[in-house]
Design a protein around this ligand. Structure first.
Ligand SMILES: NCc1[nH]cc(CCC(=O)O)c1CC(=O)O
Length: 327
């Protein structure tokens, strides 16, 4: 930040005659959801700071390849191309779905803001307005996420879980065309695309816990850029940040990647001494037959401690062996 403020589309000239308006270049994947998410961040940033923005499309390996995500090293493939562009200075800011970020902190990059979270739950989009429980035995349910596969298998419905990839449109299209009876998606993605009314069921976290970080965005900048403080001030929601910190510390402590069969949801809830963090988590075997499910609460000030202590409890119950039985 230069100390000057600008209004959208204008350029401020300082007393030295130097042009000061900084156009914040925002790197985004080309999918409709990614562009929508980046656009929301861009609009909000301009609204609060007056800084003009520009979206820059970055193609990632995950967008180009049609391999199953799990075989490409998980959703981290979407993230690295954006981070590379940030570190090269091609863009100043990158917007990710927070649940796609690997748990290891990146070198030279700051998580400048975690904006307010969308509803983090999973939803079903099924033919004929059906819910999961109404689908007949042998119905096909599309999802490639090991976490969803394991948790839905654990419900014992006798449905056939089928791997699917691709953007929201492609996945819902497989239901519309009759190729699949249903697909499972993040409600947040549908909400941001203004398509949430296409969901035929919202899955209760008591049965299906979302991915750690689901429904939240991550806004990254170069760590040494003055933009970090500006973006934090304009976009960061400390309560969302605390909740996703609990979930991601838990995931890291379980040594499970972002494609592991682990679900976690932290929320702010009223406790004995005011607002507290409340977290529910599950680790499953890939086929869903075995699971460790736990919940815990702790002070708002220590999300890391809560994530670590719940993970320790789950590890003591054998969570690590469930998640990665092949090693
Ligand atoms: N796995 C890819 C991905 N990453 C983020 C979202 C949705 C948006 C979000 O969770 O914030 C999705 C699609 C989905 O799971 O349906």
């Amino acid at each position: 930040m230069t100390g000057t403020t600008t209004t959208p589309g204008t350029t401020t000239v300082s007393t030295t005659g130097e042009t000061r308006a900084r156009v914040v270049r925002i790197g985004t994947r080309a999918s409709t959801l990614a562009r929508t998410q980046s656009g929301l961040v861009a609009d909000r940033l301009t609204e609060v700071t007056g800084l003009p923005t520009e979206l820059v499309h970055i193609r990632t390996h995950g967008d180009v390849s049609t391999e199953p995500l799990a075989q490409m090293g998980g959703t981290g493939v979407f993230v690295s191309a954006l981070r590379d562009a940030l570190l090269r200075g091609d863009v100043d800011l990158a917007v990710h779905s927070l649940k796609d970020l690997p748990t290891a902190p990146p070198e030279g990059i700051a998580l400048a803001a975690v904006p307010p979270r969308e509803d983090p739950r999973d939803v079903v989009v099924a033919r004929d307005g059906l819910t999961l429980g109404e689908l007949p035995q042998g119905a096909t349910v599309g999802t490639g996420a090991p976490r969803r596969v394991a948790q839905i298998a654990a419900l014992g419905l006798g449905v056939d879980l089928v791997g699917v990839r691709g953007n929201v449109d492609t996945r819902i299209g497989k239901v519309r065309s009759g190729e699949l009876d249903a697909v499972v998606l993040a409600r947040a993605g549908l909400a941001r695309l203004d398509r949430v009314e296409e969901a035929t069921e919202v899955l209760d976290p008591i049965q299906v816990l979302p991915a750690p970080g689901q429904g939240a965005l991550a806004v990254e900048c170069r760590a040494d850029d003055d933009l970090v403080a500006t973006v934090a001030g304009a976009l960061d929601d400390p309560l969302t940040r605390a909740c996703v910190t609990v979930e991601r510390v838990l995931l890291a402590e379980l040594e499970a990647g972002c494609s592991a069969p682990v679900g976690a949801l932290a929320e702010v809830a009223m406790g004995d001494s005011g607002d507290e963090l409340w977290v529910r988590a599950v680790a499953l075997s890939p086929d869903g037959t075995l699971s460790v499910r736990r919940s815990a609460s702790g002070p708002l000030e220590d999300p890391e401690g809560l994530g670590r202590s719940l993970a320790a409890e789950m590890l003591a119950e054998g969570a690590a062996d469930l998640i990665a039985p092949e090693t």
